[in-house]
Ligand binder design. Structure first.
Ligand code: B12
Length: 356
């Protein structure tokens, strides 16, 4: 969202202190907040190298927007400082296998209401509070996930943590169960101090534990092999060699964060918006595999699970069920070998062939 208003006031804001800005962000809902300078990325070479090795897989939009990711002024020339907030999404129970129904098969960030909506509402409220503190409007853009900025880097600049070897932002308190949102502003706001942290030490737990080998080297996630990418972004059938290693994930994957020693200390304390959708308790992988288009829309309305569409979610349910040896899912696969959607049809055939 970009508010194209030009500020009638000066963009320097001498009377606005950092503590007041942070308090306003926390009051809006965020677990931790900071202010980052809007300047070109220091990670441009890393992004170029990542794209050059094809680690973005089918996400072509990352390639076409790379120049803006490296320098946000290409798209937002007026941006001076960014309000950056992280939301902690770890809801109880910590052990996903203790969750009812399909909630155990969904990555933690996606269990509740679509976080883009939650964070956008919080950011709008935060910006409105800053407007009140400042005593006048300012030009801004509210960004959550989908815009061409390197959000993790901006969060580091806002003092909100360090980048772990799994490439996730880990907060100063050692919590990577967070999502990030930001408001670019035309204001010269007081800035947070980035902590010179890198507390991964010699730990390589995330690289070692990834069942599909998607972290070939520290800080590099190869989306071609990442279960999160495969279950959410990838259209079409999944290479059976990878599918067999993907475990029981229906949407997203948390393995590289589950094994992070820092996350063991984190107490679940997410806002209610991140609690598991009550509809999930009554759903099994088999029930998901048997959803038609209308049933799929009804089951996942308002949640991130709509993104892969029926073709992706049913494909994922078949793979997750087959990997668990779930008899009911194997039966569902037999009924789906002629499904009109190719990813479902091909996956069902593969599973039936292997089972027979
Ligand atoms: C594309 C994308 C993906 C892709 C690729 C992931 C990846 N690692 O690049 C896929 C689909 C695989 C994915 C998966 C997930 N994603 Co995602 N994703 C994005 C998106 C849209 C762009 C990321 C990007 O530009 N990637 C390119 C790489 C090269 O950039 P990068 O990851 O930002 O890495 C930079 C930093 O590491 C930076 N850096 C900064 N400081 C330092 C210091 C050092 C020493 C080094 C080496 C690097 C470094 O350099 C890198 C290059 O610029 C962002 C939103 C956004 N607009 O930024 C969300 C985002 C990164 N995803 C997010 C989440 C929650 C996830 C998942 C946890 C979801 C899940 N449970 O399934 C997984 C995590 C997988 C993982 N280990 O990264 C959050 C991350 C929050 C956090 N605490 O880190 C983001 C920020 C969305 C949000 N608004 O909250 N994602």
């Amino acid at each position: 969202m970009c508010m194209g208003r030009l500020s009638p006031l000066s963009s320097a804001v001498p009377n606005l202190d950092l503590a007041a800005l942070v308090d306003a962000g926390r009051a809006a809902g965020f677990s931790a907040c900071g202010v980052a300078p809007c300047r070109p990325s220091d990670q441009g070479a890393a992004l170029d190298a990542w794209l050059a090795r094809g680690a973005h897989a089918g996400m072509r939009w990352l390639e076409t927007t790379a120049a803006t990711r490296k320098d946000l002024h290409r798209r937002w020339p007026w941006a001076r400082s960014a309000l950056v907030g992280v939301a902690s999404y770890l809801a109880p129970p910590r052990d996903r296998q203790a969750r009812p129904g399909i909630a155990r098969h969904v990555a933690r960030y996606a269990l509740g209401r679509d976080y883009h909506r939650t964070l956008t509402a919080w950011l709008v409220a935060w910006a409105a509070a800053v407007e009140r503190l400042r005593g006048g409007p300012f030009r801004r853009a509210v960004l959550v996930d989908t815009s061409a900025v390197l959000e993790r880097e901006l969060a580091v600049r806002a003092g909100l943590g360090w980048i772990g070897r799994n490439s996730c932002l880990i907060g100063p308190d050692g919590n990577s169960w967070t999502v990030i949102g930001l408001v670019l502003t035309e204001l010269e706001l007081p800035l947070s101090t980035p902590a010179a942290l890198d507390r991964c030490g010699s730990c390589t737990a995330c690289l070692d534990a990834c069942p599909t080998g998607a972290i070939p080297e520290p800080y590099v996630v190869d989306s071609n092999r990442c279960t999160s990418y495969l279950t959410i972004e990838h259209r079409g059938a999944i290479d059976p060699a990878l599918a067999g290693a993907m475990g029981d994930w229906l949407f997203g994957c948390d393995v590289c964060q589950e094994v992070c020693p820092w996350n063991r200390r984190v107490e679940p304390g997410a806002a209610p918006e991140f609690a598991a959708d009550p509809r999930y308790a009554a759903l099994t992988l088999e029930a998901v595999a048997r959803l038609d288009v209308a049933g799929f829309r009804e089951a996942f309305r308002g949640t991130p699970l709509l993104r892969p569409r029926r073709a992706g979610i049913v494909r994922n349910a078949l793979i997750a069920g087959a990997n668990c040896g779930d008899r009911a899912v194997l039966d569902a696969a037999a009924d789906l070998v002629d499904d009109p959607e190719e990813p479902i049809r091909l996956t069902a055939r593969q599973i039936v062939e292997e089972a027979g």
